[in-house]
Design a protein around this ligand. Structure first.
Ligand code: SF4
Length: 888
């Protein structure tokens, strides 16, 4: 462990953030086996010292609350020996009776490269099936397929520095400000230093990312393909092609242009198909054609589509046709969602990959991997991709599945179907660090895995940089590392020889050696330069970008600078793209389009970020954003409880009226699940529609309808105990520093509030209450500590004016010694009647909207002035777009 002594008890460890694909370096300050603080690592090339609000709160998420600490079989504690034998025996019996394709592994972009490597090796090399897929399928598999089609391999040409060097930056289908905040901060700083740099946001929604945009193109949902084929036609019509590059380094140009011209041969037609203003689209095309340094950063808005691969290739075509690739500040750039999606791709963790950027298309690849692994029975064909895999679980073709580090009952489309599939399955094994998730609830065998602060290995970020993630806390309870669990199961299945690893370093060097095995320049993914690392060198490995070829002094930062691609001809392939509208279209019953995405302060299914109460200050309840026009049509006002329904399911969430939301289109976040809310699993609304090439599900375009729920009461309950299954139409849990808050609403009015409460939890006798015809309030105390606070209102006017939950939550952690303090709790506002700060905008310094508005009215009319007065926005900067919105 590379540490720097700070005091006898504390040390600082360099590690990597476990959340998004930016892959920021983190300094973790550790004292007595506790993570006490984090800061950005100034020496890490991804973030150069920055962290976003999620990264800054990492030390608030490593407690033992909710951790899975012991193996379980059928809900009963078990020893590791029993659990490993149960899994190994179960898999062996099913394979013996039904063959290797009757079992499957489903992995995660959150696990480390070493975990991925042994899981992939076990399944493809030793069990003999390629039924190993990963939640990265849901995130960027369309970009992977587009890269392979165009470049011959899954290669991201550029690096983050290119985003700063570009003179024109296109952000497509990416709310970078919230989903990749540190990359966004780098772009903001570059724009500040060079105001002439142009930024264009291409997104149906007006997101926080538009804050720095010179041009926002709010295109029709799903129409991105038309925009980029239109751009290719425009480049050809306006002498903006790089003829020499096309001639010398590409193939397929004529067909690509022919296809583009068929549908989008004029700016007017492209604008019509995209629902855009012709002049504004023309401006983008003009800028693109006149600018040499252009980066197109694309993300889930492109990938999560029934034609995501074509959209990726439509983007790449434009860069190839104009030679804007392989140069500083010029590249198509797919940014990944997860911290180790790239590492998973490197080892071959997708069902259509084999290993080390080799696939099943060439028998020589299979023979090569077979001999390297000394594999007893290697898979010879692709396995089932995520959607098909869970379909096979549902219909019984797959009889055993092992899910590692992910929560498909929340994140897969048609999530209720996935839950049903797991409930039907003969053997469901789940490895996780958390005990209660929507997926662990379906497990026959639960295996406690170590968490971020305990795991040791490597991850690769979106710019091909491999970084060490360090284990600096001792494994919690009886948890073990994923690679240890997988290799133990492999050995118990009889595969002794291939899995005698005693450290992650040994696994990494084997992985590195495979990447260089009989490579000779054939495969760009080559990290053979790292294959001879000693344990000490591996431990101290600094961030390193691939390729990193053995014996080669200068490995390129940017790919394709020499015009050479990874195809048999060495030329990049331009594809004829015929754009298509999303498959699932609206109907009279489902007339609105639902889009999904991340919010600023949460990560995936909230199993970790949900533990940091500070991260729930910004947005604490599941919501749907809708336009002002739709709000009027459906008679919905801000904060109403609404039902969103599709052909697959229904959700109940709060309404947020957002001026930047286009009419006819809704937006919901992906994070909430059955552990945090009664009915807010957005993926339960989506049908399993997927891209035919990549298998990536369409998660941005779901026909739905919306209606206001006529609730008869709403309430807030704060308890020192965690509650489950509250008997009301809507509940949403907000973990606090001390206790839990529940936001509630019901369609039927309980007869008697005290009895209703007593059915849910024990209420002490030291209590004060207020009971009027429409309102009920109760505060219970244990000595001088609040034990329970409850506010309910059935008043149609005042129910929107329940006390400020954030203020109440803070008070719940305080000692309440005087009668005035007790009464203040029941009143739901401060003793001195002062203001409560309002909804939190700056999570780092807990600065509320009301405070910011007040400071603005008192003359703090810039972000700098507000930072000087309230500190808001002065740490991670994630809230700056919202502060600017308040200022404007
Ligand atoms: S941008 Fe934030 S979430 Fe992403 S890696 Fe950096 S600190 Fe972590």
């Amino acid at each position: 462990m590379m540490t720097t002594a700070a005091s006898p008890q504390t040390c600082e460890v360099k590690t990597t953030c476990p959340y998004c694909g930016v892959g920021c370096g983190v300094n973790a300050r550790v004292s007595d086996n506790r993570l006490i603080a984090v800061s950005g690592d100034k020496s890490h090339p991804a973030n150069l010292g920055r962290l976003c609000v999620k990264g800054s709160a990492l030390h608030e998420t490593t407690g033992l609350e909710g951790r899975l600490l012991q193996p379980q079989i059928k809900g009963q504690p078990a020893s590791w020996e029993q659990a490993i034998n149960k899994v190994a025996q179960g898999f062996k019996e099913i394979i013996a009776e039904h063959g290797p394709d009757a079992v499957a592994l489903y992995l995660s972009g959150q696990i480390l490269t070493e975990d991925y490597y042994v899981a992939n090796k076990l399944m493809k090399g030793f069990i003999g099936s390629a039924n190993v897929d990963t939640n990265s399928r849901l995130c960027m598999s369309s970009a992977v397929a587009a890269h392979k089609r165009a470049f011959g391999a899954d290669l991201v040409p550029g690096c983050y520095e290119d985003l700063e060097l570009a003179d024109l930056l296109l952000l497509v289908g990416s709310n970078t400000a919230w989903a990749h905040p540190v990359v966004y901060q780098r772009i903001v700083a570059a724009k500040k230093a060079r105001p002439e740099m142009k930024i264009v946001v291409i997104d149906p929604r007006q997101t926080a990312t538009c804050d720095i945009a010179d041009l926002h193109l709010p295109l029709k949902p799903g129409s991105d393909g038309y925009l980029f084929t239109g751009l290719l036609s425009y480049l050809a019509d306006n002498s903006a092609l790089d003829a020499a590059f096309i001639d010398n380094h590409t193939e397929g140009f004529d067909n690509a242009l022919l296809a583009a011209n068929q549908l989008t041969g004029s700016v007017a037609e492209s604008a019509r198909l995209c629902g855009l203003n012709e002049a504004e689209l023309g401006l983008l095309y003009d800028w693109f054609s006149r600018t040499e340094k252009v980066v197109t950063l694309f993300s889930q808005g492109i990938n999560q589509s029934s034609s995501g691969v074509d959209k990726g290739n439509a983007i790449i075509n434009c860069h190839l046709a104009s030679g804007k690739i392989g140069k500083p500040g010029a590249a198509p750039f797919s940014i990944t969602g997860q911290p180790n999606a790239m590492g998973g791709r490197e080892v071959g963790g997708l069902a259509n990959q084999l290993a080390a950027h080799m696939d099943f298309s060439d028998p020589a690849n299979i023979a090569l991997v077979e001999s390297f692994w000394e594999a007893p029975q290697i898979a010879r064909k692709e396995g089932l991709k995520a959607v098909d895999m869970f379909q096979a679980v549902h219909d019984g073709r797959i009889k055993a599945i092992w899910i590692i580090g992910t929560n498909p009952v929340v994140s897969m489309p048609d999530a209720d179907f996935v839950r049903e599939a797991l409930q039907r399955c003969e053997l469901v094994v789940v490895s996780d660090c958390m005990e209660k998730t929507d997926t662990t609830a379906c497990a026959d065998v639960l295996l406690p895995a170590t968490g971020w602060a305990e795991k040791d290995g490597t991850v690769t970020n979106s710019e091909r940089v491999i970084s060490r993630q360090k284990g600096f806390l001792t494994p919690a309870g009886n948890s073990r590392h994923d690679w240890q669990i997988i290799t133990a199961v492999a050995r118990a299945m009889g595969f002794e020889t291939g899995f005698r690893f005693s450290s992650p370093g040994e696994i990494f060097t084997e992985h590195a050696a495979l990447s260089g095995f009989h490579n000779n320049g054939k495969r760009c993914f080559d990290i053979s330069g790292l294959s001879a690392l000693s344990e000490r060198e591996y431990d101290q490995l600094k961030p390193v970008r691939w390729p990193c070829v053995k014996g080669k002094q200068h490995n390129p930062v940017r790919l394709f600078s020499d015009g050479q691609f990874n195809t048999p001809s060495g030329r990049a392939r331009m594809l004829p793209i015929m754009p298509a509208a999303p498959l699932n279209q609206t109907s009279p019953d489902y007339p609105l389009i639902l889009n999904t995405g991340r919010i600023r302060d949460q990560w995936h299914t909230m199993t970790r970020t949900g533990k940091a109460s500070r991260l729930l200050n910004h947005i604490d309840q599941p919501f749907v954003e809708l336009s002002t026009a739709d709000a009027e049509t459906y008679a919905i006002i801000e904060n109403d409880l609404v039902e969103i329904a599709s052909t697959q399911g229904r959700c109940v969430v709060r309404a947020k009226i957002a001026p930047g939301q286009p009419a006819g289109s809704l937006f919901m976040p992906i994070h909430w699940n059955a552990q945090f809310a009664s009915q807010a699993r957005v993926d339960s609304l989506f049908a399993s529609i997927k891209d035919p090439i990549s298998g990536q599900p369409e998660a941005k375009h779901c026909p739905v309808t919306i209606r206001k729920l006529n609730t008869l009461w709403q309430g807030v309950l704060i308890s020192d105990k965690e509650l489950t299954d509250l008997p009301c139409e809507y509940w949403c849990k907000v973990p606090l520093e001390k206790g839990f808050r529940y936001e509630l609403a019901g369609l039927t009015l309980p007869q008697n509030w005290p009895s209703w409460l007593e059915n849910q939890l024990e209420i002490g006798t030291d209590r004060i209450e207020l009971n009027s015809s429409n309102n009920y309030r109760l505060a219970c105390f244990n000595a001088q500590q609040p034990q329970l606070l409850f506010f309910a209102s059935s008043d149609q006017i005042s129910k929107q004016a329940l006390p400020n939950s954030a203020w109440l939550s803070k008070q719940f952690a305080q000692t309440t010694s005087t009668a005035a303090q007790r009464m203040s709790l029941l009143a739901g506002k401060p003793v001195d009647n002062s203001d409560d700060g309002g909804a939190i905008i700056c999570s780092c310094f807990e600065v509320g909207e009301k405070q910011i508005r007040q400071a603005i009215s008192q003359g703090a009319t810039s972000t700098d002035a507000l930072a000087a007065r309230l500190k808001c926005g002065s740490n991670c900067g994630s809230c700056l777009p919202e502060i600017r919105a308040l200022l404007s």
